[in-house]
Write a protein that binds this ligand. Sequence first.
Ligand SMILES: CC(=O)SCCNC(=O)CCNC(=O)[C@H](O)C(C)(C)COP(=O)(O)OP(=O)(O)OC[C@H]1O[C@@H](n2cnc3c(N)ncnc32)[C@H](O)[C@@H]1OP(=O)(O)O
Ligand SMILES: [Zn+2]
Length: 167
Amino acid sequence: MVESIEEKREFIIRNVRSDDIDAIIKVNRFTLPENYPYYFFVEHVRDWGEAFFVAVVDGEVVGYIMPRIETGFSNLRNFIPLVRKGHVVSIAVLEQYRRRGIGRQLLTSSMQKMREAYGAEEVYLEVRVSNVPAISLYEKLGYKKVRLLKHYYADGEDAYLMAAPLQ
Ligand SMILES: CC(=O)SCCNC(=O)CCNC(=O)[C@H](O)C(C)(C)COP(=O)(O)OP(=O)(O)OC[C@H]1O[C@@H](n2cnc3c(N)ncnc32)[C@H](O)[C@@H]1OP(=O)(O)O
Ligand SMILES: [Zn+2]
């Protein structure tokens, strides 16, 4: 019998740097149909870099979370003034590195900084209704489905808008 001793190499989570952008774009193109122009990544690194994290294994970027901060109506509470909201624009982990806690740690690190560095009181995102792995991760971290966004994606699929308080 051949035994496979595949060691799971350790990952680190660190803040994004400008020279990570090419690697982040590669991860994004491998993992998601929602892609963005180069300058979009540059602006998010520049403006929201304290809450923008990458996961690195053996010096290679294998995952990222790209956030922004917005001011608008609360997704969680009615009849209150405008709030600062973290918006998870995109999160992804290369397939071969999934299910070892990277996505969870990217999300918790970013949510903490949304509050500490930018004063966000809540966080939200959109996710395909068929994306069971991502929805499971979000629910584990306290997100609730607050709205159904019909035909949100270019291919016609619906999205859930999911949101969580930051504390
Ligand atoms: C706002 C947006 O960007 S929406 C789009 C989200 N991104 C994508 O869909 C890209 C493709 N998918 C991915 O990159 C990954 O699957 C991610 C980012 C969603 C999750 O990354 P991972 O590193 O695998 O997550 P992680 O290992 O931290 O999982 C944490 C928990 O989420 C849940 N979860 C993760 N993957 C799955 C799955 N395939 N099935 C069920 N539950 C899952 C589990 O509860 C898991 O905990 P457990 O492993 O102890 O059971
Ligand atoms: Zn969004």
